[in-house]
Design a protein around this ligand. Structure first.
Ligand code: HEC
Length: 98
């Protein structure tokens, strides 16, 4: 029983670690999930690379911005990514407009 528990914990850690590895790549997540709207400013979304717009948004803080994409906001539906992945994508978008 004990051994099984240790094994189970190991598997959970392994899967968790793998997801974090993917989450680090904000560019990949942006390209595959966010770019469809944000590259062109579709539906009134803040456009990728728009310095004024993102400087304004940055004041809200990274976490609040990620929260909007996690839960959805206005015409942006809740994004089908883990919170860690969404945070990585938000960081990528903020950096690109610095
Ligand atoms: C279907 C189009 C669409 C997709 C896909 C999309 N967004 Fe958005 N996004 C929008 C729109 C529209 C807004 C403006 C929402 C508003 O302020 O009403 C927005 C706003 C935002 C904001 C500003 C939120 C705020 O609090 O003002 C962030 C950050 C953001 N998106 C990040 C992301 C990330 C990260 C992804 C990918 C994981 C993503 N978006 C995917 C349409 C999209």
């Amino acid at each position: 029983m004990k051994k099984l528990e240790i094994l189970a914990a190991g598997i959970v850690l392994f899967i968790g670690g793998t997801q974090l590895g993917i989450a680090a790549d904000g560019k990949e997540i942006f390209e595959s999930t966010c770019g469809a709207c944000h590259k062109r400013g579709l539906l009134g979304s803040p456009k990728f690379g728009d310095k004024d717009k993102w400087a304004e948004l940055a004041k809200k803080g990274k976490d609040a911005l990620a929260e909007s994409a996690i839960k959805g906001k206005g015409k942006m539906p809740a994004q089908p990514r883990t919170p860690e992945e969404i945070k990585a994508a938000v960081e990528y978008m903020l950096k690109a407009a610095e």
